[in-house]
Write a protein that binds this ligand. Structure first.
Ligand SMILES: C[S@@+](CC[C@H](N)C(=O)[O-])C[C@H]1O[C@@H](n2cnc3c(N)ncnc32)[C@H](O)[C@@H]1O
Length: 433
C-alpha cells in the first residue's frame, strides 16, 4: 500500500443527544460527565438540529443508558432527548495505532506503538516484519503529528565508536539537522553524526541541577570527559559553572562549539576539546588544571576510563584541594546491579570509594529487559584518605603490614548484600558542596 487510505475511515455512528438551552450546558457537563461523548477531536456540544441559536445538542456516548435519576434531572431543566443523532467520523478521529492496525495486514501481530522524537524527527527501531511497510508507517506518523517532518529507522543496532547508529529516512524531508531544546538550552546537531538520546533528558537535568545547587557554586569546575554535543556542559556553563568539555567525535566537538555560541556562553566558561577521554584528563592535569566534578557518560566503557585517575596524573593534585567527585555511567545485567557496579569501580581504582552502594549507585533507566543504566557517584580518594588501607567489597582490609583488621578501620566501606533499593535521587548530602 503506497497511499494512506483515508476514505476507509469514514463512518457514521448514531448516538443519543440532549437538546437544551445553551445556558444549561455547563450543568449537564457537571452532572452527566460520564455519559457525554468522548471521541478524540470530536465536539460533543454541537449546534441545534432545528437551527435555534439559543439551543445546543449535547451528544452522548454510543450505547449509553441513562438512569431514572438522570432522565428526571434532564426533564427538570427542560432538556429533551433526541435519538438517532447522526455523527460522521473520519481519518482525523482515529488514533495512529488504530490507523496502522487497519493498514497493516493481520499477519503483523504488533502494531508499532512507540517512537522517540528528536527535534522534527521521529525515530523508530522497526522489527523485521514491519520493514516492508516502513514507508506507509512513516507517512502516517507525519500525517498525525504536526511537529514531525522526518521519520527515520535504525538500520542496525550496532553502535559505532561514537555511539551513533546507521539510519535511513523512511518518510518525509531528508533532513537530519535538528534543533532540540533541553534544560533551558538549544542544541543543534545532525542526528546521524553525533550521539543524542532524548530519554536522557531527565538524567541530564538531574545532574545539572544538583551541581548548580552546590553551596560552593562559584568554585565548581566540571570536567566532562565524553560530553557529546553538550547536554551537561552547555546548561552548566550557561548557568555560570566553569566546564572543560571533551568528546572524541570531531562532529560532536564541532556542534559543541556551535552550541556554545548558540547559547551565548561566555568564552572562558566552556573550554572545548576533541581528544580521547583519558588523554583529555592527562592534558588538563599537565596544564595544572583542577576540577571538582568529573562526568563520564560512556556507559559501555565508562568504568574502565576510571583508570586514568590512578595512573599517576593525579599525583601532583594540590594538597589543599579535594579530589573530584565522579559521576560515571555504566550498564549492568547483574541481579544485584548496584553491587556489581561498586565492585567493578573498585576493581579499576584498586580501592573502594563507595560508602553505600544502594545510595551511591543510582539506577538511571531500563535499557533492555534485564539491563539497566546506572550512575556511580563518589569522591576519589587519596592514599592518605584511605589510611593506607585498600578495602575490597567483601570487607577484607589489606593493611600495609598484610594483616587483616576488620574491626578498627574508619575507611571500611559498607557493602550490604540485601536486594538493592531503587534510589533514583542524587543524595545531596553525599554530593560535593
Ligand atoms: C553515550 S554518549 C554521551 C554523550 C553526552 N555526554 C550525553 O550525555 O548525551 C558517549 C560519548 O562518548 C564519546 N566517546 C566515545 N569514545 C570516547 C573516548 N575514547 N573519549 C572521549 N569521548 C568518547 C562519543 O563520541 C559520545 O559522544
Amino acid at each position: 500500500m503506497n497511499v494512506i487510505p483515508k476514505k476507509d475511515f469514514i463512518r457514521k455512528i448514531i448516538v443519543n443527544a440532549i437538546r437544551t438551552h445553551c445556558k444549561h450546558c455547563g450543568t449537564y457537563q457537571k452532572r452527566l460527565r460520564q455519559c457525554i461523548l468522548k471521541i478524540p477531536k470530536v465536539r460533543n456540544i454541537v449546534q441545534d438540529v432545528n437551527g435555534d441559536k439559543n439551543y445546543r445538542m449535547i451528544l452522548l456516548n454510543e450505547n449509553v443508558t441513562l438512569t431514572k435519576d438522570q432522565n428526571e434531572f434532564i426533564a427538570s431543566i427542560g432538556g429533551e432527548i433526541e435519538t438517532n443523532y447522526e455523527l460522521k467520523l473520519g481519518y482525523d478521529h482515529f488514533s495512529t495505532q488504530e490507523i496502522l492496525r487497519h493498514i497493516l495486514p493481520d499477519t503483523v501481530t504488533e502494531v508499532p506503538s512507540h517512537f522517540e522524537t528528536v527535534g522534527h524527527i521521529a525515530h523508530f527501531n522497526l522489527r523485521e516484519e514491519l520493514l516492508p511497510y516502513k514507508k506507509i508507517i512513516g507517512d502516517v506518523i507525519i500525517d498525525k503529528n504536526k511537529n514531525i517532518r522526518t521519520v527515520v529507522n535504525k538500520t542496525s543496532s550496532i553502535a559505532t565508536e561514537f555511539r551513533t547508529f546507521p539510519m535511513e529516512v523512511i518518510s518525509g524531508e531528508n533532513n537530519l539537522n535538528v534543533i532540540q531544546n533541553e534544560s533551558g538550552c538549544r542544541f543543534k546537531f545532525n542526528f546521524a553524526d553525533v550521539y543524542w538520546n532524548s530519554r536522557l533528558q531527565k538524567e541530564h537535568d538531574t545532574v545539572v541541577k544538583s551541581i548548580l545547587a552546590s553551596n560552593n557554586k562559584a568554585n565548581e569546575v566540571v570536567c566532562d570527559m565524553m560530553c557529546g554535543i553538550g547536554p551537561f556542559a552547555i546548561p552548566l556553563a550557561k548557568n555560570g559553572i566553569k566546564v572543560y568539555g571533551n568528546d572524541l567525535n570531531p562532529e560532536s566537538y564541532k556542534y559543541l562549539v556551535d552550541n556554545k555560541k548558540l547559547n551565548k556562553i561566555v568564552n572562558d566558561k566552556l573550554i572545548c576539546s576533541n581528544l580521547d577521554g583519558r588523554e583529555f584528563v592527562r592534558k588538563l592535569r599537565n596544564d595544572g588544571k583542577t576540577f571538582t566534578h568529573v562526568l563520564m557518560n560512556l556507559p559501555a566503557l565508562g568504568i574502565e576510563f576510571l583508570d586514568v585517575f590512578v595512573d599517576g596524573c593525579m599525583s601532583d593534585w594540590p594538597e589543599n584541594i579535594e579530589l573530584p567527585f565522579v559521576h560515571t555511567y555504566c550498564f549492568s545485567k547483574s541481579s544485584t546491579p548496584q553491587k556489581d557496579v561498586a565492585e567493578r569501580v573498585e576493581k579499576v581504582l584498586g580501592y573502594n570509594p563507595i560508602q553505600n552502594y544502594k545510595e551511591d549507585v543510582r539506577i538511571v533507566r531500563d535499557v533492555a529487559p534485564n539491563k539497566l543504566m546506572l550512575c556511580a557517584e563518589f569522591q576519589l580518594l587519596r592514599e592518605g584518605d584511605l589510611g593506607g588501607v585498600v578495602v575490597d567489597v567483601n570487607g577484607n582490609n589489606n593493611d600495609d603490614d598484610g594483616s587483616d583488621n576488620n574491626n578498627n578501620n574508619n575507611n571500611k566501606r559498607k557493602m550490604d548484600d540485601d536486594k538493592y533499593n531503587n534510589n533514583n535521587v542524587i543524595n545531596n548530602k553525599k554530593m560535593k558542596k
